[in-house]
Write a protein that binds this ligand. Structure first.
Ligand code: PHE
Length: 476
């Protein structure tokens, strides 16, 4: 068996982890979620979730990964706790399902890059979204996006993932900063900033019960936690750098990118007539932004730059999602990496056909992972490190770190108490939300809730999807 690969440098690991963290969640969801939930008031809650719950959880995954030096399932066994292996297994499964719909959205981004070059979405952005978001075009674009993801992962940890993210992350930052600076010159800049960030504590107070779990869910998702991704990436460390220092760098860069995205998006929207319904559903941000690009003088170039940023963000995340099941299957069953990447990627492509047929299925996949599997995985991880493997975890966190023993001790008690309580509350509210959505028919048929004008409710594709999903649910 070939020796396990390791990152070529500390920066290589940080780039890869930032690549996983910075994704559609930062650029596509975060700004709209912030604006809709009270601006700066939401930001306070979000930052608390990221730094107080997300950051310690990231360290949980890091210590398991670095100490285990194995894929996320085998790592538990290597540590001597085989009975906990299913915890890593949940992450493997979540990565698998998430990539299936993440790749569909990645495919939309590809269609918008093409549309920026040809100007295809300039006339009627709503119709363009309808045409590319579900059905044959969506399936084709999903296939292309998946093929690129497979290509990178097949090359391996250093030649594939590390090399790709070392190129994509700087490109994302340079382009985003450029766009944000350019956006300051727009007429709508001031209105955009104030829509984005002006604190609205009454919205926060009124919807506190739904905003807190939303912020927490977003914090886990944006930091790629609960998917075993950070376990897998830390398993390729092979070095004793400071985990708290690396983790802080990753969390801070990820947060800056998310904040920056809002400084790009809102001036653009307000220069051309406001945010409208953006943020109201999976496609509204695409429609609103494409409309704005169509109306701006240099819209084609700006649109192209924006969607390239989105593509790099999506790809640097999708490769981490594919890496998790690929590492598991290739190490566990001894298959070659590239063969496994192609086979696994193909299966994931097939699982992604359903969300490519209708965005309501995309919401279904998203909710099951986001509101259910993810909190369960984080809860188990916290209990594992907090109560089962606590001595090993503290020892591992201390290695190479200058943060000292008191930091490690506080971290352990935090992971034992605060993190599980926060996650249980999130889980409870998430499951309740899934149940409500299910009752309202969000996932099956009932298009009104998602904004029916955007979707072809009667197309053959969607009907087929409906029938298929019913069968699947029935089988379960
Ligand atoms: N962090 C990514 C984003 O914000 C999503 C992601 C989640 C990627 C889990 C990998 C693993 O879009």
């Amino acid at each position: 068996m070939a020796e396990r690969e390791t990152w070529t440098s500390r920066a290589g690991f940080i780039f890869a982890a930032v690549g996983s963290a910075v994704g559609l969640g930062n650029i596509w969801s975060f700004p709209f979620q912030t604006a809709a939930n009270g601006g700066a008031a939401f930001l306070v809650v979000y930052l608390a979730a990221v730094f107080l719950i997300g950051f310690p959880t990231m360290l949980i995954e890091f210590v398991i990964g670095r100490r285990g030096e194995q894929n996320p399932v085998a790592a538990f066994k290597k540590l001597g706790y085989e009975q906990w292996s299913f915890t890593g297994g949940i992450g493997v499964f979540s990565s698998f399902v998430t990539l299936a719909f993440y790749s569909v959205v990645g495919g939309w981004v590809l269609s918008y890059i093409v549309g920026s070059v040809t100007g295809a979405y300039f006339g009627d952005p709503g119709a363009y979204f309808g045409a590319v978001s579900a059905g044959p075009t969506a399936i084709a674009a999903h296939a292309v996006f998946m093929a690129i993801t497979i290509g990178i992962v097949a090359f391996g940890v250093t030649d594939g993932i590390e090399r790709a993210t070392k190129f994509m992350i700087p490109a994302i930052i340079v382009l985003l900063v450029g766009l944000a600076v350019w956006a300051t010159t727009l007429d709508g800049a001031a209105a955009g900033y104030s829509y984005y960030l002006s604190p609205d504590f009454s919205t926060l107070a009124k919807n506190f019960g739904s905003i807190v779990p939303a912020a927490m869910g977003q914090a886990f998702f944006t930091l790629s936690l609960g998917f075993s991704v950070m376990i897998a990436y830390a398993s390729y460390l092979g070095r004793d750098d400071s985990l708290p220092a690396d983790g802080s760098a990753i969390v801070v860069i990820n947060t800056i990118v998310a904040l920056l995205a809002g400084f790009v998006v809102f001036p653009i929207l307000f220069a051309t007539g406001g945010a409208g319904g953006a943020g109201g559903g999976p496609g509204t941000a695409f429609v609103a932004l494409a409309g704005a690009f169509g109306a701006l003088p240099a819209g084609q170039i700006i649109g192209l730059a924006f969607f390239v940023v989105l593509l790099f963000a999506a790809l640097s995340s999708s490769i981490s999602l594919l890496e998790v099941p690929v590492a598991y299957v290739s190490e566990n069953y001894g298959y070659g990496r590239s063969t496994t990447a192609v086979a696994m990627g193909t299966v994931i492509f097939v699982v992604g056909l359903l969300p490519a047929l209708g965005t309501n299925y995309l919401t279904l996949y998203n909710d099951v992972v986001f509101k259910f599997l993810l909190p369960i995985a984080v809860l188990l991880l916290a209990l594992f490190v907090g109560w089962a493997a606590d001595r090993e975890a503290m020892d591992e966190l201390g290695r190479g770190s200058s943060f000292g023993e008191s930091f490690t001790t506080v971290w352990l008690w935090w992971v034992r108490t605060v993190v599980p309580i926060a996650v249980v509350v999130t889980l409870y509210l998430g499951v309740k939300a899934i149940y409500t959505s299910f009752q309202k028919g969000v996932y099956f048929r009932n298009r009104e809730i998602l904004g029916d004008t955007l979707f072809f409710s009667t197309s053959w594709w969607e009907n087929m999807g409906d029938r298929y999903s019913k069968t699947v649910i029935f089988v379960f």
